[in-house]
Design a protein around this ligand. Structure first.
Ligand code: ZN
Length: 166
């Protein structure tokens, strides 16, 4: 039987949740206050079938990888390292955050996830998780995967999607 159509596998949101605090900066001089979301993630891998097992990628392995990536930022304050409006500092076991050069927050270091992002929007979180997943897939030798699509939802009905063609 020829398999001429395209296949994809999806692991969806109910399993992939992280509850984290964040705030984002806007254009000009607006900065949100600290708040939290129960973020939910959905990921789709497109690719060719592995014709030994007849799947694109093992669901169990994908769920384990994604669960681990979500756990790394679960119950953390998500802080962007590359936001020019924020200055992050380290004082002993604390992370200090200044906005517009004015001190704003001090967090215990162990409760922070310092992310290489310009802002902790769902767009940037989706791209970030895609990059981590891409590295994990390479380690697993998942050569048949041709695209990753990552959706991160911060509220019901409010999400961003990033798609990377490999
Ligand atoms: Zn928010």
């Amino acid at each position: 039987m020829p398999h001429t159509g395209k296949f994809s596998v999806t692991v969806t949101k109910d399993y992939l949740v992280f509850a984290s605090a964040h705030f984002i900066t806007f254009k000009g001089h607006r900065c949100e206050g600290l708040h939290g979301h129960n973020y939910r993630v959905s990921v789709t891998l497109e690719g060719s079938l592995d014709e030994e097992v007849w799947f694109v990628f093992d669901f169990v392995a994908l769920k384990h990888i994604m669960r681990r990536l979500c756990d790394e930022i679960d119950h953390k304050v998500l802080l962007p390292l590359e936001n020019p409006k924020l200055t992050l500092g380290e004082q002993g076991d604390s992370i200090t955050v200044a906005y517009d050069n004015r001190p704003r927050y001090v967090f215990p270091k162990r409760d922070c996830a310092l992310l290489p992002l310009p802002n902790t929007t769902v767009e940037m979180l989706a791209e970030y998780l895609t990059g981590l997943l891409q590295a994990e897939l390479a380690k697993e030798g998942a050569n048949g995967v041709t695209a990753i699509e990552m959706e991160v939802e911060e509220n019901f009905g409010q999400s961003a999607t990033y798609r990377l063609t490999l």
